[in-house]
Design a protein around this ligand. Sequence first.
Ligand code: S3P
Length: 164
Amino acid sequence: MNNVVLIGFMGTGKSTVGKKIAERLGFSYIDTDEVIEKTEKKKISEIFNEYGEKYFRDLETEVIKTLQDYDHFIIATGGGMVLRDENVKMLKALGPLVLLYTNPDVIFERIKSVQNRPLIEEDKLDKIKEILKQRDPIYSKVADFKVDTSLLAIDEVVDIILKE
Ligand code: S3P
C-alpha cells in the first residue's frame, strides 16, 4: 500500500507535518485521534477520564483495523499507537513508519498550554521525560525512518521525508 505512517510522541509535529506531506503528494490525510474523537463523539481526555486508558488503546487498535484497505494516505497516529505489537504489524502493512522525534524540553514548550493530553496533565516535563524513557526504545525499534524535528522548520521536515 502506498501510504506513509507518522509515529512519535505528542508534540513532535505529526499532524502539521502529515497535512503538509499530504498536500505535497496529493494524498489524503487522516489522524487516528481525530477518527476516535469523531466516532466516540468525545474528546480524548473525556475518553481517558470516563473509560480509562485500556479502552482508548482498544479504540486505537480498532481504528487501524478499519484502515487496512487505505491507499495514498498520510496517517498520523497517536503517540501511544505503536505500544501494541499488533498495531505495529497492521501499520507496517500500510506503509513505512516515519518517526518524528525531539527532546523533552522542546516537546514541553510545544504542548505546555495545550489541553486534551491526559497522560501529561500534571508535572508535564517530568511526565514527558518519564514516558519518553519507556517509549524511546520502542519508537526506535519499529521506525523505518527517523527525523529529528528539534531544529527544523516544518517544511524542512517535510522535504526530508519526501526525499527519503
Ligand atoms: C497519547 C498521545 C495522544 C493521544 C492520547 C495518548 C500517548 O496523541 O493519542 O492522548 O499515549 O502518547 P498525540 O501524539 O497526537 O498527541
